[in-house]
Write a protein that binds this ligand. Structure first.
Ligand code: PGA
Length: 250
């Protein structure tokens, strides 16, 4: 079943990148033209670069996404960006509920669900992030924590719209540490079960990405895990050569 889901590799640039960094997008386009790959590719640059990145990426079949959106369609929210604004710049995806948003901006599951709903309403595909902290894993609560996040961060509107799940253990993000392959497999299986229970007709085909210290060196083994349908890549997506090595490993 999972094997039928096309792999998707998403690069999350976080708060990195100025105009000059677009040369990495151009380089990625070149690399993909030289050696076509099996996976679909998405780049999520900072909002300031979405439109310029899209101009380079979209003609080459690389999609572009935002890293966050507000849950309202418009209004008095200084500094925020709506899902429709992202779509207007050429984005097709948006990450919501990344652990850095949950931690740095106090975003609850309810806010994440509202943002995912806003993304769907604007025609975007939300990439909804979940993942346990290190104390939660050490206490053995990780499956329960992630199941609860899954239940509360995925909005009802997701029942008949495309969306993705990204499992990102908080302790693996930017640390160079990853869970064991059996641990990733067990968590993805739990997420798949939660999706099937909730969405009888679509739960089988929602892609579940793994994220957290995905690098060229470990991408092959992580992406080979049966229940892993792709990767959400932070640091290693900033340089086209590294990101391409990860994409090619799928
Ligand atoms: P990392 O980040 O690949 O740098 O660990 C992943 C993420 O936060 O999406």
């Amino acid at each position: 079943m999972d094997a039928a889901i096309r792999k998707l590799i998403v690069g999350n640039w976080k708060m990195n990148g100025l105009g000059g960094s677009l040369s990495e997008v151009s380089r990625l386009v070149e690399l993909l033209a030289e050696k076509p790959v099996q996976a679909d590719v998405v780049i999520c640059p900072p909002a300031t670069l979405i439109e310029r990145a899209a101009a380079i990426a979209l003609p080459a079949g690389i999609a572009v996404g935002g890293q966050d959106c507000h849950d309202a369609p418009a209004g008095a929210h200084t500094g925020d960006i709506s899902a429709a604004m992202l779509a207007d710049c050429g984005a097709r995806y948006v990450i919501v509920g990344h652990s850095e948003r949950r931690t740095n901006h106090g975003e609850s599951d309810a806010i994440v669900a509202a943002k995912a709903g806003a993304a769907i309403a604007a025609g975007l595909i939300p990439i909804i992030c979940v993942g346990e902290t290190e104390p939660q894993r050490l206490a053995g609560n990780h499956l329960e924590v992630v199941s609860r996040q899954l239940r509360d961060s995925v909005p009802p509107a997701a029942a008949d719209h495309d969306f993705l799940l990204a499992y990102e253990p908080v302790w693996a993000i930017g640390t160079g540490r990853t869970p064991t392959e059996p641990d990733v497999g067990a968590m993805h299986a739990e997420i798949r079960k939660g999706l099937r229970d909730r969405f009888a007709t679509t739960g089988d085909r929602v892609p579940i990405l793994y994220g957290g210290s995905v690098k060229p060196a470990n991408a092959g083994s992580l992406l080979a895990i049966e229940s892993v349908n792709g990767a959400l890549v932070g640091g290693a997506s900033l340089l086209a050569n590294d990101f391409f090595a990860i994409i090619s490993a799928s």
